[in-house]
Design a protein around this ligand. Sequence first.
Ligand code: SF4
Ligand code: SF4
Length: 301
Amino acid sequence: MREIIVISGKGGTGKTSLTAAFAHMASPVLICDLDVDAPDLHLLLQPENTETHVFMGGHSALIDPKTCTGCGTCREMCRFDAVSEDNGTYCIEPLRCEGCGVCVAFCPAEAIAFPEKECGRWFSSETRFGPMMHAQLYAAEENSGKLVALLRTKARQKAEAIGMELILSDGPPGIGCPVISSLSGVSYAVLVTEPTPSGRHDLERVASLARHFQVPAGVIINKSDLNENECSVIEDFCRQQGLDIIGRLPFDPVITHAMVHGKAVTEWDSGMFSARIRELWNRICGLAACRKDMNHTTINN
Ligand code: SF4
Ligand code: SF4
């Protein structure tokens, strides 16, 4: 089974639109939206949920007023200012509590419970391009890396159960915990960037992450006609770093029109732009297979 992930290091590069188009090209495929903090692939794929599950992650402190002696230790110890006091009664603000557990450990009366809390939901769904695994972390909740790891495990289990050979994931933005969780062990990473200094900077960061995890990766420069000089700088960077140059994709408003109508751009447009995306997808499949063979050869040697 192969896992191909599309990441960008930065929002607004067109990563999700490209993932939807690739899902259309690869259909039927198991699709996974790993941007659990702000998922949006469902807006294009309009999944029908077949299963909904609660995601429990982290803990929240809760004072039992009957056992509390009012010593104030928890308030002194809490670095997040989550404990309030009113006329000698102590209580914890759930939205401020970071679940570090310090107050629980230091409460002399053992008056603080520390239950697991519900942080989000994850879903198994069906779309017109194949099954989809996706999730939504609740606002201000943490542990997105843990939710990403859970989603990937469930996606692999589902793919095995139904005999699906490819998992295509829309990765989270940035280079933090959820991206690390989504990158490790994938077959190939498609890094989508745009020809701007900030796009290049974020590409450098996410490329170094892929290198760290020894994930073969290639780059698509989206909106490439906006800055020819910056495209050349990015391609030089790719050559220096051993990244595949998958190709360029010019700016085209058709991508926005497709998005507004809840379609993958390849469904909406049957012209040159979609043909170009098909070319890019074929290249990705070829590169991913080639890299896989190279890994096998290296391991066998
Ligand atoms: S440390 Fe425990 S006993 Fe002291 S105020 Fe806090 S909850 Fe109450
Ligand atoms: S668990 Fe940590 S953040 Fe929450 S109230 Fe206790 S000390 Fe503060």
